[in-house]
Design a protein around this ligand. Sequence first.
Ligand code: MOS
Length: 737
Amino acid sequence: MPDPIELTLRHQMNSRDERNLLDHTVQGIVGSPLDRPEGPLKVRGTATYADEDHPPGTVYGWLVRSTVGKGWVVGLNTSELRAMPGVLAVIRDDRLIRNPAQGQAGKAPYQGPAEVFYKGQPIAVVVAETMEQARDAALAARAQYDDRTDKGVFTPERASYETPPKKQATQGDLDKEMDAAAFRVDLEYTTPTMSHSAMEPHAAVAWWEDGQLKVRGSYQMLKHNVEELADALGISPKKVRILSPYVGGGFGSKLGISHEAVGAAIAAQKVGRPVAIALHRRQVYETTMRRSESRQRVRLACDRDGQLTAVGHEAWVSNLPGERFSEPVTQATPFTYRGENRLIGHHVGRLNITAAGSMRAPGEAIGVPVTEAALDELAEAAGLCPVELRLRNIPDKDPTTGKPYSGNRLADCLRRGAESFGWADRPQPGTRRDGEWLIGMGMTSAIRVNMLENSAARVTLAADGTALVETDMTDIGTGSYAILTQIAAEVLGLPMDRVTTMLGDSDLPASSGSGGSFGAASAGSSVMLAAQAVRDRLAERMGCDPGELTLKDGTAIAGNRQRQIVDLLAGDSLQGTGEIEPGTTSQDHRQACWGAQFAEVAVSSVTGEVQVRRLSAVFATGRILNPKTARSQCIGGMIFGIGQALHEEVMTDPRDGGFVNRDLAEYHIPANLDVPHIDVEFLDDRDPYANPMQAKGIGELACCGTAGAIVNAIANATGKRFHHFPVTLDKVLAKLD
Ligand code: MOS
């Protein structure tokens, strides 16, 4: 086969997209609720996840972890372990990492396992012929410590807080306005440490071939993960290849390279065989990442007409010493509502507890439900309908920076949501009963920033009229395989089954990876550009301008001329590379994703149990590429919100910071019976400043608010306010008469 004819299309997002290509193509695939092409593999169990498909000769590693909360490892019963059945190596190596890399870090996290920063921190790796032998030896490990647990800080109350100057902001005079305003609330909320709890535990298998390292792992952002792993090992990124074709959920816990990959790579080098390390569920909880707990103070004031005049939002979160990430709790507060007097505060405390990192919608996921719950209390104080209070306070432009919105459909979402949910039927607080059940309704706005990241993809149209999409993008359950296949098929005018998509291999063109809800927009735009490069070549061969070309079902049409695409190819294959880059539209416009959510709950007056009876949401978040995968993402996000409102809470031992509930039996997430029917509606929307597809983020938006709608509904049902998440039955019972 001759070499493909190549073309690159690079696009930086520096101006409003006028072309709106996907509204002019006619294949009719983008915007259709198509099935995931890899779905059958997943349900039949033949999709190979990280800890499957081991190379021949694979042996097994198991992490040895600290039993103290702070201190130094000064010895290990290595020779005893070495003598145990099947044991091949006991590895204490300074290159092992303390905690996973933060998202997009691109370099190794803190290294050196001798210093212990938290209970459960990996301090060594045992390698053995079988997984059982490795685990047996790891459980027999006895480390000697210079134990400084008495110097550790394990509770937020005892932490010393840093106040990073760049994360504080003030406008006007909040205190003065709070005193002067007609109505005000000054409230304190807490949200607990939470765990991503992805279905697939973290795992990696590593092997070396001719000085090259290969890793099959479960990661979200391969281009960064290659750099992180190479940096941890002290080798060139060119020598590292990571494969993550299927990822069983991430939610941010697999953004950065983790212990198992670094440990497996070091071990594989040492024993000269492939090494697999799969984390036990408890290890996932204790050694990967958590969402920080938060304490939040919210001050709001409005005038007699319900116009917000003061908005104060201060947050206290935590992380390990030296970690740069801190949950950006107040992220949406500067731009969502009016209020000329504004104060944003951010404080990060240093705790000797498992690293805090990004978890689905870092920031808004716990910040929005809290501000939205406080708004509900302000609405009550002002005697206003909560929807009306929000509608009166949607600004024309970002009230902090004065920049225009790229698009703001919050009002449309609120009105449409209120109508379809039947909000007008909301009872007076504490007045509706159904037997022992107190019934209430609550609502929230849903807000999440929108982002675009550098992303590249390659699309090859083969001489037989089939196409191949290639990028190192990952599919963490989100639907990347589906939408990227759809985008290429749409632009090339091919049926879905003539396009194949290859993902999750770091040797392929470097994408944004999956994170921050920017995956579809970023990787999708790069695939669109790559396919467009091929399409432009087809236009040349048709002798027409690209704008005059129509491609459908393998046929090229220009004016009254028609040719089969395979005939135009005439034995050639065409290859396009697409590269999208963020540009000035990310800076000169406030880009965000919008929604409104409504909840109906029933609260048992006998047990305090809260049942969510209905959840309903309307989102406006740009073009919807696939309504089926988009809806699934939103349902998943809203279930995340149920967990946050009612169930999820990591409890830590105040004596040493250890996790007390650290598996799926004890860390409660919503089960089927906790989840009612969920309605999701998307408004027909385009955002021309976001990217050339005019699509925006979805995966995180849906969980930004839900918990607020639920606590507001609980307040409506019971007439009582709850400020500490999750609202478990003991807290409810204590307040019921
Ligand atoms: Mo996300 S928390 O960037 O996977």
